[in-house]
Design a protein around this ligand. Structure first.
Ligand SMILES: Cc1ncc(COP(=O)(O)O)c(C=O)c1O
Length: 506
């Protein structure tokens, strides 16, 4: 069953009267594969579910079933999620809210689904079965996928270990290396702006008696090389610094850090008679497929990858584990010895194949995707900054453009989100048990609580369209102006009062 060609044909037909999303952005950048780009743009149109007018096959789903994504359950009035999805079509012409949350997850590319289908139906062999054809065909597909993933990051396929996602790869890298060296090397370095799963793995190691240094970042979100150097100890076993930050898109200087570990890190360990350099781990969940990655040029020893951030299926990821010189780590999952003994358990060929196809496409279309995403990000940012006053751009402006983080001062991001029910975005506040906490990443940049709470993250991806960006801009401009009109704080700012000088009572 092949879905993509059918979608492409339908989408091409729909484009005749609809204009091609992506084509205008591709014209503003130099990408040589014009023909490929045009056919990709056709496919992209189909998968813009929030733009039904542009959809090849607009489907009129009954209101009762829409919120449940096709389930036949009635919409529950007290179910906030259902309510939002239920109201979205009334708030705009969209059938589904516009999705601008590409760091959270990405929609699966139809070409990925095509590749997966046979392994969910008649090619169901266990890839570890060595005695018959069903096993062999699954194994061969798994190995092909491994090659695609390796190619995306400049690795050897034997260095790719499949896991359930970047969370597992991060746990495996930090705990695995620290546990392997145990008493001999008791120090770990990471940064304050890592993903929770790195920070929590580090905390767990601290509970076990390891020392952890959490490096601060500069106001633009970048770590200082001098800080990394100063933190190195002879007994540092692993340094974990992410490639692209998931909240602000900042790109850390991996190649320089890799070099520092090979020189200063190795020298410190040698002087103390502790052998090899510290292992360099990077969480590249938001980087692979988005920016150029080469594990050798960057001197990386371990790298975490996630399929669902690159238009592949959820529930699968990988850990790159260097073979020469060999990285030593203790597995966190034991069993049948699959995946070089580092991650036991039967692989899920359909997920592996989907991840492999997503990686192949990301590698093949990276330049096109980057150009598309950066053109849309510039369009969004320029318009919002031109038409709204008092907007802060959070994070290094040279970061990954598909992750744009802006603070709309004197407005709560959460109130903004409530007024933007037909747009899916993330705010700079995280729900803890009872309260809204400002994002620890934004706080690490030095933002105060108010500016952190007033931030929104715009996650632009392969299937985002110009029309969606324009709709979002118009809506945000309108809502920000309206909320500020109602805000006594904004009135005081207009009167020239410095809010920091006010003593609030109560
Ligand atoms: C930087 C980063 N690391 C790790 C993860 C976790 O990835 P996964 O969902 O594959 O476990 C995410 C996803 O939110 C992420 O953005």
């Amino acid at each position: 069953m092949s879905l993509a060609p059918r979608f492409a044909r339908l989408a091409a037909a729909a484009r005749v009267g609809g204009g091609a999303a992506g084509s205008s952005s591709s014209s503003s950048v130099s990408v040589s594969r014009a023909a490929t780009a045009a056919s990709v743009a056709a496919r992209r149109n189909y998968t813009s579910p929030s733009q039904p007018a542009k959809m090849a096959t607009p489907v009129d789903v009954a209101m009762e079933t829409k919120a449940g994504r096709g389930s036949t359950q009635k919409v529950m009035n007290n179910d906030i999620i259902s309510e939002v999805l239920h109201q979205a079509p009334r708030a705009s012409t969209a059938q589904r809210p516009i999705y601008l949350d590409a760091q959270s997850t990405t929609p699966m590319d139809p070409r990925v689904l095509d590749a997966m289908m046979p392994f969910m139906t008649n090619q169901y062999g266990n890839p570890h079965s060595r005695t018959h054809a069903y096993g062999w065909e699954s194994e061969s597909a798994v190995e092909k996928a491994r090659e695609h993933i390796a190619q995306l990051i400049g690795a050897d396929p034997k260095e790719i270990i499949f896991t359930s996602g970047a969370t597992e790869s991060n746990n495996m890298s930090l705990k695995g290396v620290a546990h392997f060296y145990g008493q001999k090397k008791r120090h770990v370095i990471t940064t304050q702006t890592e993903h929770k799963c790195v920070l929590d793995s580090a905390r767990k190691l601290q509970d076990e008696g390891f020392d952890v240094t959490y490096l601060p970042v500069q106001p633009n979100g970048l770590v200082k090389l001098e800080d990394v150097e100063a933190a190195l100890r002879p007994d540092t076993s692993v340094v974990s610094i992410m490639a692209v930050n998931n909240e602000i898109g900042v790109i850390q200087p991996l190649a320089q850090i890799g070099e520092l570990l090979k020189t200063k890190g190795a020298a410190l360990a040698k002087e103390a008679g502790l052998g090899g350099k510290p292992m360099f781990h990077t969480d590249a969940a938001q980087a692979a497929g988005k920016i150029a990655i080469d594990v050798n040029k960057m001197g990386v020893d371990l790298m975490s990858l996630s399929s669902h951030k690159i238009y592949g299926p959820k529930g699968i990821g990988a850990c790159y584990v260097r073979r020469r010189p060999r990285v030593r780590l203790e597995p966190i999952i034991n069993g049948g010895g699959q995946e070089r003994g580092l991650r036991s358990g039967t692989l899920a060929p359909q997920l592996v194949v989907g991840f492999g196809e997503a990686a192949r496409l990301a590698h093949q279309e990276r330049e096109y995707d980057y150009a598309h995403v950066s053109a849309l990000a510039a369009r969004l940012r320029n318009r919002l900054l031109a038409e709204i006053e008092c907007v802060l751009v959070n994070g290094d402006p040279e970061g990954y453009p598909g992750c744009t983080n802006l603070s709309f001062q004197y407005i709560e991001g959460e109130s903004l989100l409530m007024a933007l029910k037909d747009i899916c975005l993330s705010s700079g506040s995280a729900c803890t048990s009872a309260s809204l906490e400002p994002s620890y990443v934004l706080r690490a940049l030095g933002l105060d609580d108010e500016n952190a709470h007033s931030s929104l993250r715009f996650g632009i991806g392969r299937f985002t369209t110009e029309e969606e960006v324009d709709y979002v801009c118009e809506k945000i401009i309108k809502v920000v102006h309206k909320l500020r009109e109602l805000s006594p704080l904004w009135e005081m700012v207009q009167e020239g009062i410095d809010l920091k000088t006010i003593q609030w009572s109560g």
